[in-house]
Ligand binder design. Structure first.
Ligand code: NAD
Length: 252
């Protein structure tokens, strides 16, 4: 699968899934820009990617929910690489609460980070891709877009990502830009590590493949969509969740 010399921009790439996507695409010969509010984390991931043999990296710190910050980050990556070929919208947070306890801040924070930021980065990057008539946009949604207790905000944002993906796929296809979604299930990252042990066990047991996934599994799926050979895959959602998406009743 050809990724070599492609120029990649990853939002929220300083940790977990985004960092692993950077490592995976970097190891395949891509040049990777990591955009994260945690400057030290972005820098550390870039150093790791370069040490493993990637031709070049750029670490950019900033807030992915902010238009000016996002546009400045995209401009910095463009300055370093000349353009951007692959955008990975990955940034995400959780603020889990039952609906009646969910504050406006819980709602706005999750919608801004997990959905609006995807729009902001896509709008900033798409003109570069349109000009060069090549692009791959890969949005990290979640199996939770199908619905989850305590995640009205997160599920709504992740469902929004699916709608955003499908609309962008329709608009951008004629410029040889594909837009697809990867929807992970339960993945071992800092985002999930603070879950209570009983919740963790329940989640794992509800999956046909009863083990937690790792960022590596998600990065493989992203690499699949990112490759030149994936030009005919557009507007799709690929689950990486051990089969949990098949049924909300879980496995036998
Ligand atoms: P993570 O917490 O390990 O990493 C998220 C990164 O985003 C961090 O480096 C953080 O600093 C950065 N970030 C957060 N808000 C930001 C902002 N406003 N501006 C810039 N950077 C910001 O999380 P993760 O588990 O790797 O999640 C990555 C994506 O995968 C998210 O979209 C998440 O919803 C999705 N996802 C995760 C799981 C899972 O089980 N871990 C499952 C499904 C989907």
């Amino acid at each position: 699968m050809n990724i070599k010399d492609r120029r990649v921009f990853i939002t929220g790439g300083g940790s977990g899934i985004g960092a692993e996507i950077g490592r995976t695409l970097g190891a395949a010969g891509a040049r990777v820009a990591i955009f994260d509010r945690d400057e030290a984390a972005a820098q550390a991931v870039c150093s790791e990617i370069e040490a493993a043999g990637s031709p070049a990296t750029v670490a950019v710190s900033g807030d992915a929910t902010d238009k000016a910050s996002t546009e400045a980050a995209v401009a910095k990556a463009k300055e370093a690489f000349g353009s951007i070929d692959i955008l990975i919208n990955n940034v995400g947070i959780v603020r889990d609460r039952y609906l009646i306890k969910m504050s406006d801040e819980d709602w706005d924070g999750v919608l801004d980070t997990n959905l609006k930021s995807y729009f902001l980065a896509s709008r900033a990057v798409a003109p570069l891709m349109m000009e060069q008539k090549y692009g791959r946009i890969i949005n990290i949604s979640s199996r939770a877009w199908l619905g989850n207790v305590g995640q009205a905000n997160y599920s709504a944002a992740k469902a929004g990502v699916v709608g955003l993906t499908r609309s962008m796929a329709l608009e951008l296809g004629k410029f040889n830009i594909t837009v697809n979604c990867v929807a992970p299930g339960f993945i071992d990252t800092p985002l999930t590590r603070n879950l209570r042990e009983d919740v963790w066990e329940k989640l794992v047991k509800s999956q046909p493949i009863s083990t937690i996934g790792t960022p590596r599994e998600v990065a493989y799926a992203v690499q699949f969509f990112a490759a030149d050979q994936a030009f005919y895959l557009n507007g799709q959602v690929l689950y990486v969740c051990g089969g949990k998406s098949i049924s909300s009743f879980g496995s036998a």
